[in-house]
Design a protein around this ligand. Structure first.
Ligand SMILES: NC(=O)c1ccc[n+]([C@@H]2O[C@H](COP(=O)([O-])OP(=O)(O)OC[C@H]3O[C@@H](n4cnc5c(N)ncnc54)[C@H](OP(=O)(O)O)[C@@H]3O)[C@@H](O)[C@H]2O)c1
Length: 347
């Protein structure tokens, strides 16, 4: 069998780096034999990533569309983790795969933020429970018609760009990602540590009054495992046809922002870093000033939405996440300690 060639973007990033190391660690015979080309921007990144199975290719960035198209046309699979927001790069990668005139796979990284507004319409509503067996692309189209959002636009463009072709597209849609990544470069994503730093800066944790935002989470190791499970299925001649295209959810639990803020409050107050264990209940405009440069829309998507995304399709593929709520809660503690350390460094 010829070696399957995979092109990966974002290999120096949090998600992409973890996907790469998880692929390289996989003992599955279908994954062990793949060769991986990683697109990176700098020579020192290339020098660190190169190995017998990894070939770095230096490019100027995601706007280098010609190179992206050419590189994709020379690979069987593209995994795009560099950005869910950059529509042109996704289009160029798919255009490259289309040139192959044989079956190929495009795996895209998106995010559940795309769906947040669906739960904002009715503030009194219960938690909006979505599963990836629902018609999520239809929901994205409806939301996009109301208000454009680039990460959502990219999903829709991905699915229209592969239409009537031999390219199959899979969009992995993570909620908030947490935990230490296992790539060689970016190891974390700043969200919870950022919240802890903000609490330390103001002497008190905070949340948005009257909103009770609830969103999902997934550990980065579980997320990366899903990419591997998906590829394993696609490389299995007997199973590939049963893998449906489109959106894959990967949430393993949900958290309330108010409770996350309260945990940061308790941790900080216990060791006298904060003036109170009880987080401050902010008005939305005050929160927007403090957290999002005054942008209420972004803030509401991130902190006021109330929804869950059940990963039925991923579970059907055989994905079995290993982390649970205890890991999530431990991550809040770890992030608080990291925020403290960086505060001390800044002094
Ligand atoms: N992190 C999360 O919690 C989360 C949650 C949901 C969805 N997502 C989705 O996942 C995507 C990736 O997230 P991440 O946390 O892995 O990001 P990250 O740690 O910032 O990594 C981004 C990666 O993409 C590369 N990159 C970014 N912009 C580029 C450009 N213009 N040209 C070339 N390379 C570029 C970076 O390369 P350099 O090292 O050269 O900068 C890096 O390898 C996000 O855009 C989002 O759509 C993330």
């Amino acid at each position: 069998m010829t070696r399957v060639k995979v092109l990966l973007t974002g290999a120096t990033g949090y998600i992409g780096g973890t996907v790469l190391s998880t692929l390289l660690a996989s003992q599955s015979h279908r994954i062990r034999d793949i060769s991986i080309t990683v697109l990176v921007r700098r020579q020192e990144q290339a020098d660190k990533l190169v190995s017998s199975r990894v070939t770095p290719l230096i490019f100027s960035g995601l706007d280098d569309l010609e190179l992206l198209e050419r590189a994709a046309s020379e690979h069987d699979v593209v995994i795009h983790t560099a950005s869910g927001f950059h529509t042109a790069s996704a289009e160029a990668l798919i255009a490259g795969l289309r040139k192959r005139n044989t079956y190929s796979y495009y795996v895209h990284t998106s995010g559940t933020w795309n769906l947040a507004e669906a739960s904002l319409a009715d503030l009194d509503a219960q938690l909006l429970e979505l599963t990836d067996n629902d018609d999520i692309l239809k929901l994205e189209k409806e939301l996009q018609a109301e208000r454009p959002f680039s990460q959502r636009a990219t999903d829709l463009r991905v699915m229209s760009a592969v239409a009537d072709s031999q390219v199959k597209a899979y969009i992995i849609m993570p909620p908030d990602v947490y935990g230490y990544g296992t790539g060689l470069f970016a190891k974390t994503t700043p969200q919870i540590e950022g919240m802890a730093r903000d609490a330390l800066k103001h002497g008190q944790a905070a949340y948005i009054r009257n909103e009770d935002g609830i969103v999902g989470y997934v550990h980065v190791a579980d997320l990366a495992a899903l990419y591997v499970v998906l590829l394993e299925k696609l490389f299995n001649d007997h199973a590939a046809a049963s893998v449906s295209e489109g959106i894959y959810f990967c949430s393993t639990g949900t958290h309330r922002w108010q409770e996350t803020a309260a945990r940061i409050g308790e941790l900080g107050f216990r060791d006298s870093h904060l003036v109170s264990a009880i987080p401050k209940a902010m008005r939305i405009h005050e929160a927007a000033e403090r957290w999002s440069g005054g942008d209420v829309r972004d803030l509401r998507m991130g902190y006021c939405s109330r929804f869950s995304t059940k990963p039925d399709k991923a579970m059907d593929l055989g994905w079995r996440p290993q982390k649970d709520q205890r890991d999530w809660l431990a991550w809040i503690d770890t992030s608080f300690q990291a925020a403290l350390k960086s505060q001390e460094k800044d002094k």
